[in-house]
Design a protein around this ligand. Structure first.
Ligand code: 3EB
Length: 338
């Protein structure tokens, strides 16, 4: 890599990036920032990014009338480029990669997923970041049946088939989001590093990789969170978290009760990260960022209000519309803690 960027604070390596939501910034200005690692926009695909590999568009509508950008900044200028179909941005510490989810070339969701993840694993090997920390999977039409199988379940099958070929794969499962889109182009992006994070599970929930087979022919290959220490600091990457206790959906048809259950799940997960791994987090209002996904028809304002009552309104929160993997789930929340 050209310019090395070992940032040291009191002799210890510090966080390799920070993430913020920005409502007033504009894309061309942000892309001129040398230390910009990743820029994520939401909704309609942005034209005029000049093919900058750091610019990613998640084609889910943002709710609430804003047009927010998610900005990841590194302590130094990243190196950017393309590895086949994967666009990447990397520093000495992390690799961020993004690829279109291509279903044209290979038939079916399962195969497309298998090949997408095979490309990701190969890219990690080539560039030298062998450990995934987190993945985001935005997949068109996840509830549609294809060859007798719901597409989300076919995704789980393809992801499991490739990941189970890696050493000690359950131990190394990482946090994830899997969300249905209403556009034709899907997208996967991921974060990888030189050393692994720690898998964190939730005592209120059956680990997704141990779900009974009625949910999918192969269980969903993700952990409830990944904890990654960066020297004196730590990040907790929290998966999309839903109103599931054990392995069953709770409060079918009731969005605000689902929200309360999600917050109970997030608190239990934070408690686990603190008690088992010493993460410095007590209350959910200490989380750095939230992303709330709402199924079409769920009222944003009432969810936002209840969230504010519970968390005090101090945690930056982005609301997106998406299809959560199970039909009876009305919302889902992912989070980042730094
Ligand atoms: C759940 O807990 C809800 O398949 O990668 C959440 C986050 C969910 C990630 C995935 C699925 C995934 O089962 C669904």
């Amino acid at each position: 890599m050209g310019n090395s960027c070992q940032q040291r604070v009191s002799g210890l390596r510090a966080s390799p990036f920070q993430v913020s939501y920005e409502n007033t910034a504009c894309i061309p200005t942000l892309l001129k920032e040398e230390d910009l690692l990743v820029l994520i926009s939401f909704g309609q695909e942005v034209r005029g990014g000049g093919g900058d590999p750091r610019l990613v568009t998640v084609e889910l509508p943002e709710l609430g009338g804003e047009s927010t950008l998610e900005v990841w900044r590194a302590p130094c200028a990243p190196e950017t480029g393309y590895d086949g179909e994967i666009r990447y941005s990397r520093t000495d510490a992390v690799l961020f990669g993004c690829l279109p989810f291509e279903e044209g070339r290979v038939p079916g969701m399962e195969q497309a997923t298998y090949y997408a993840y095979r490309s990701i694993l190969a890219c990690q090997q080539r560039l030298g970041y062998p450990y995934l920390l987190r993945t985001w999977n935005y997949l068109p039409d996840i509830h549609r049946e294809e060859g007798g199988l719901e597409r989300y379940r076919a995704f789980c099958l393809g992801r499991h088939r490739i990941l189970e070929t890696t050493p000690n794969f359950e131990h190394h499962l990482v946090a994830a989001t899997a969300m249905g889109t209403r556009t034709s182009q899907g997208l996967i992006y991921f974060l990888a590093a030189l050393e692994p994070g720690v898998r964190v599970e939730n005592p209120r929930q059956v680990s997704a990789f141990h779900y009974p087979s009625r949910y999918a022919p192969r269980s969903p290959s993700f952990s409830r969170a990944t904890l990654k220490s960066w020297g004196s600091e730590a990040h907790l990457y929290i998966s999309g978290t839903a109103s599931i206790v054990g392995h069953e959906t709770q409060h079918v048809g009731n969005p605000s009760a689902q929200l309360d259950e999600i917050l109970n799940n997030l608190q239990a997960l934070a408690d686990n990260a603190r008690c088992l791994h010493g993460l410095k987090i007590q209350a959910l209002n200490e989380l750095s960022l939230l992303k709330v996904y709402l199924r079409q028809g769920v009222d944003r304002a009432s969810i936002a209000q209840r969230l504010q009552q519970r968390l005090g309104g101090g945690v930056p929160t982005l609301f997106l519309q998406g299809d959560i993997c199970r039909n009876d789930l009305l919302l889902e929340i992912e989070a980042f803690h730094a």
